[in-house]
Ligand binder design. Structure first.
Ligand code: ATP
Ligand code: MG
Ligand code: FE
Length: 345
């Protein structure tokens, strides 16, 4: 089946076309520049930008894929979590495409998209694996089975900020541009990751070993910057902060892989695009004899292909479609890829 995927949960307008696990084409627009002067995404600006960009992104993706819109068999759209007004635009568009094409609609979980996109590059996921979803709004360690059928088990989540949020906030402290993650990644290239010993929050936690916390780390960086006199060694601070995040994430993810006897670790979401997070996790996975699967950086951040990938998995598993009066869910933990989660069959 040819699946059209639509993603509008934040500031990226993403459209992708997938058929049987193969990415045929995609298109992406971002309203990022319009939010830069506010230091963060403004929901109403994002929503308006989605409305303006969606029709042409659908056209671009269809052209890129070399198909016709009329060939689409299934529509998949992000139904949450995300900025309510932004999700709303994509959901309305998804419903309109499904209705006018006379094809089923799947409302999908944005985070399931982050995980599923990896199948487009690296093939079907194993029967079970540990997944680290590390993005702008989430930092979670999960136990995944069949994404299209099995419930998702949360091993641990962040107790405060998401890792991506910490990157964005620390970048602002350092006077680096928004979005902060890529800016810190670049600045850190010229820095010494051992220059400053920033804390590794909760790495010793026993009762909740897979919980994360990044607000204390951000505060530690802020204190260090405040106390420092003379020109700020931006590259060293960026590299040392990035090292603390990479160390914490990879340590816990590999420990979970070991404890749950999984031979595969899936690492996804915007922060999985980070060069040091990737290299340190790869090194630790190799030492633990765990296979690391991580999408190419371009597919780690929000895009339409990831939503089409979920639709493709759901359609191939013969899952019941979502109702056309499907409501958006701005806040939703990942328990199931399909929204609303279907009851017993
Ligand atoms: P969520 O998926 O939790 O709803 P989101 O969709 O806003 O949040 P993503 O698009 O997955 O998040 O990722 C965006 C985040 O990833 C931002 O916080 C950004 O700074 C971060 N990020 C992107 N590239 C990098 C990088 N190279 N290094 C570190 N962080 C990065
Ligand atoms: Mg974004
Ligand atoms: Fe995302």
């Amino acid at each position: 089946a040819l699946v059209l995927g639509i993603e509008t949960s934040c500031d990226e307008t993403g459209v992708g076309l997938v058929r049987d696990g193969v990415l045929l084409g995609d298109a992406l627009a971002s309203s990022m520049d319009e939010h830069a002067r506010f230091g963060g995404v403004v929901p109403e600006i994002a929503a308006r930008a989605h409305l303006e960009a969606l029709p042409s992104m659908v056209r671009h993706a269809v052209d890129h894929a070399g198909v016709r819109l009329a060939d689409v068999d299934v529509v998949a759209v992000t139904a949450g979590p995300g900025l309510a007004s932004a999700v709303q635009v994509g959901l309305a568009a998804g419903k309109a495409y499904a209705l006018s094409l006379g094809v089923p609609l799947y409302g999908v979980h944005h985070l399931a998209g982050h995980a599923a996109v990896d199948t487009l590059e690296h093939g079907p996921l194993p029967e079970r694996c540990v997944a680290l979803i590390v993005s702008g709004g989430h930092t979670s360690l999960l136990l995944l089975g069949d994404l299209a059928r099995d419930p998702v088990v949360h091993l641990g989540d962040t107790l405060d900020d998401a890792a991506g949020e910490a990157f964005d906030k620390v970048a602002r402290l350092l006077g680096l541009p928004y979005p902060g993650g890529p800016a810190i990644d670049r600045a850190a290239l010229d820095g010494d990751p051992e220059a400053i010993a920033f804390p590794r929050p909760l790495t010793g936690a026993r009762d909740d070993p897979y919980a994360f916390s990044f607000s204390g780390l951000k505060t530690a960086v802020a204190r260090w910057v405040e106390r420092h006199t003379g020109p700020l060694p931006v590259a060293d601070v960026a590299a040392s902060f990035q090292e603390a995040v990479a160390d914490t994430l990879s340590r816990k993810a590999v420990a979970a892989g070991r404890q749950y006897a999984c031979d595969t670790l899936l690492m996804v979401g915007g922060v999985a695009a980070n060069s040091r997070v990737r290299s340190l996790t790869a090194q630790r996975c190799a030492a633990a004899d765990i296979r690391l699967r991580v999408p190419t950086p371009r597919l780690c951040t929000d895009n339409g292909a990831m939503i089409a990938a979920v639709g493709d998995l759901l359609a191939r598993a013969g899952r019941p479609p979502s109702p056309l009066d499907l409501a958006m869910h701005p806040t939703l933990t990942l328990t199931s890829a399909l929204i609303p989660p279907a009851g017993p069959e």
